[in-house]
Ligand binder design. Structure first.
Ligand code: 5GP
Length: 210
């Protein structure tokens, strides 16, 4: 039996950025999308926060000390970084630049400060998607049901979420997460459409050159 032939023209990889206020359901969507969408890989961030139950080193994050984080930053190893909830978070630069060069797509689950830096640096190769819950009331309910924190922390997250939600006009796409499977289907549609953009083709698209 002959090998299947890949007819898709060679193109640069795409950096998909997914941001949302906490409680919008972004983690659920990104985990499901990574399973559902072929050829999409997660970027693994560095963080100085402690691992939560169920998180695995090297898969959810690379958990590092403040000193290790500072070292990566000073060596220029991070494509972006930000302080979020009193911890530092950063995206390693080499894996995303390698992915773009090799035509592989990558998903970054990062906050709005990081999204701005990635879009500034990799404008042609980045697509920014924002996830919002259907309403602020709904978001408050979700954060309270999660209830892993005391009231003052919940209030702090709510204030921050309200502030962050205002950033959606900076993004290319908005997904209102009223139903998780609909949201995943929307994300898949965005990925598929972006993959077909002529502007991403490498100039040596051979079949039609002569
Ligand atoms: P958590 O601690 O709940 O996993 O993440 C807190 C926030 O930090 C989330 O909004 C998440 O998207 C963001 N975040 C995770 N990794 C990075 C990163 O590498 N850079 C930036 N800027 N934000 C990140």
């Amino acid at each position: 039996m002959s090998e299947p032939v890949d007819l898709s023209p060679p193109r640069r990889g795409i950096i998909f950025i997914l941001s949302a206020p906490s409680g919008a359901g972004k983690t659920t969507i990104s985990r499901a999308a990574l399973k559902a969408i072929a050829g999409l890989a997660a970027s693994v961030s560095l963080t100085t926060r402690k691992p939560r139950d169920g998180e695995t080193e090297g898969i959810d994050y690379r958990f590092v000390s403040e000193d290790e984080f500072k070292r990566s930053l000073s060596l220029g190893d991070l494509a972006e970084w930000a302080r979020v909830f009193e911890s530092s978070y950063g995206t390693p630069r080499a894996p995303i630049e390698d992915a773009v060069a090799a035509g592989r797509d990558i998903l970054l689950d990062i906050d709005i400060q990081g999204a701005r830096q990635i879009r500034d640096k990799y404008r042609a190769d980045a697509v920014a998607i924002f996830v919002l819950p259907p309403s602020f009331i709904e978001l408050e309910g979700r954060l309270r049901r999660r209830a892993t924190e005391d009231e003052s922390k919940i209030q702090h997250r709510l204030e921050r979420a309200r502030e962050e939600a205002k950033a959606f006009p900076e993004y290319d796409y908005l997904i209102i997460n009223d139903d998780v499977s609909d949201s995943i289907a929307r994300l898949e549609a965005i990925v598929n459409a972006e993959r077909l953009k002529v502007s991403r083709l490498r100039n040596h698209f051979a079949p039609w050159k002569n």
